[in-house]
Design a protein around this ligand. Structure first.
Ligand SMILES: NC(=O)C1=CN([C@@H]2O[C@H](COP(=O)(O)OP(=O)(O)OC[C@H]3O[C@@H](n4cnc5c(N)ncnc54)[C@H](OP(=O)(O)O)[C@@H]3O)[C@@H](O)[C@H]2O)C=CC1
Ligand SMILES: CC(=O)N[C@@H](CCC(=O)OP(=O)(O)O)C(=O)O
Length: 341
């Protein structure tokens, strides 16, 4: 049964990929949103099962359906593996519905970079408004389709945006060296041998060194390029044995010294109207943001004069479902924080 917004005076929302970690987190958030009603939940291998069979802690009485091109809801979230949304989003947009896609399919403007990092072809039109409210609030509010940012990308862009987009005269970034650690839920729900308890317990490892798919996304959002000879960006992702959270340590070399107080003021001003970015006095910790939509940011200087920005987010909240709901709120004219605080 499909519900109509006319019947309920609420916005109807469906989630495609609702059986996965990001999809289930979306369901949890949507259930407490006063302005929407959950319509259909779609899954792939789990179709036919009840939502609570997979997620007993979330009391949603829906049964997973198979998606076959329905466009009856007002809003569609897609939380699918890379490549799947490319096939589905155009039809939903054409039917005049709002879309928020959590995959990497529509993030990169360069088709060559997309092919290099995601391994598939897409056309130049397959780009949607990038859904980072702290950078593109007005554009998101005026959009019908959004590409939700990647989890590492969110934690790193929010840590660097004031330096690149804050307009501080004389501030020049020469290089950024990122070490970022993800909890295991960042890899999704499907079982992978190298992520099993016996492999990961008491362990930690780097992966995709020098070739993580979020590198071009970060460059794009900051308005710079990893191939710019005057700017150097390196990123080392790691996985560690905790469930939720991304902890990014950004070592930033500036062309000339700037007082820490000025940097603090720059960040405070840049995020003055961003309800989910918190500038912290002490060092940020993953446990301070887990299960929340906050991005905590702390600032310090190293003894060699480089700026150290540390950010922490929950990968399934600000890194995925929380940010997606934040985008939906902006698109529909709800308060940005609805269902998120
Ligand atoms: N996990 C995270 O922290 C983040 C994830 N993302 C992105 O969000 C998207 C979802 O990620 P995540 O929730 O982790 O993934 P999961 O692996 O947990 O879930 C994947 C979902 O997609 C469905 N699915 C799998 N294969 C297919 C297919 N061939 N056709 C249709 N549906 C399929 C699954 O259905 P079923 O279970 O029924 O088989 C499930 O609902 C990905 O693009 C991911 O990169 C973005 C930011 C953070
Ligand atoms: C721990 C882990 O494996 N994390 C995934 C991040 C997945 C993600 O959210 O990235 P996209 O948004 O680009 O899908 C990775 O590093 O590829």
């Amino acid at each position: 049964m499909n519900l109509t917004s006319m019947q309920h005076n609420k916005v109807t929302v469906s989630v495609i990929g609702a059986s996965g970690y990001s999809g289930a987190e979306l369901v949890k958030l949507l259930m407490k949103h006063p302005g929407i009603i959950i319509d259909e939940l779609y899954a792939h291998t789990q179709a036919g099962k009840r939502f609570t069979e997979l997620y007993p802690a979330i009391p949603c009485d829906k049964t997973f359906q198979t998606y076959s091109g329905q466009t009856d809801s007002d809003v569609y979230f897609l939380a699918l593996p890379h490549g799947e949304a490319l096939q589905l989003v155009p039809g939903i947009v054409k039917a005049g519905k709002k879309v928020i896609d959590l995959s990497g399919d529509f993030r990169l403007t360069s088709t060559a970079e997309h092919k290099h990092f995601y391994g598939g072809d897409k056309s130049a039109e397959d780009v949607l408004q990038y859904g980072m409210p702290e950078l593109f609030r007005d554009e998101i509010a005026g959009s019908t389709a959004i590409s939700n940012p990647g989890c590492y990308a969110t934690s790193i862009i929010l840590g660097l945006a004031p330096l690149f987009r804050g307009g501080m005269a004389g501030l020049e970034v020469e290089s950024v060296n990122v070490t970022a650690v993800s909890g295991i839920s960042g890899a999704g729900r499907s079982a992978k041998l190298e992520l099993s308890f016996s492999e990961m317990s008491g362990n930690m490892r780097a992966y995709k060194v020098g070739k993580h798919q979020h590198t071009p996304e970060i460059m794009q959002a900051l308005g710079t390029s990893a191939t710019d000879p005057s700017f150097r960006f390196v990123m080392t992702p790691m996985i560690a044995p905790y469930v939720r959270g991304i902890y990014s340590v950004l070592n930033v070399r500036l062309a000339s010294p700037v007082a820490l107080e000025s940097i603090r003021e720059l960040y405070a001003e840049f995020y003055a109207s961003a309800p989910f970015v918190r500038l912290r006095d002490g060092v940020t910790e993953v446990s301070h943001v887990a299960y929340t939509n906050f991005c905590d940011v702390s600032l310090a200087f190293e003894s060699d004069g480089s700026l150290v920005v540390i950010t922490a987010i929950d990968n399934l909240m600000k890194g995925a479902a929380g940010q997606a709901v934040q985008n939906m709120n902006l698109m529909l004219g709800f308060d940005e924080t609805t269902a998120l605080l």
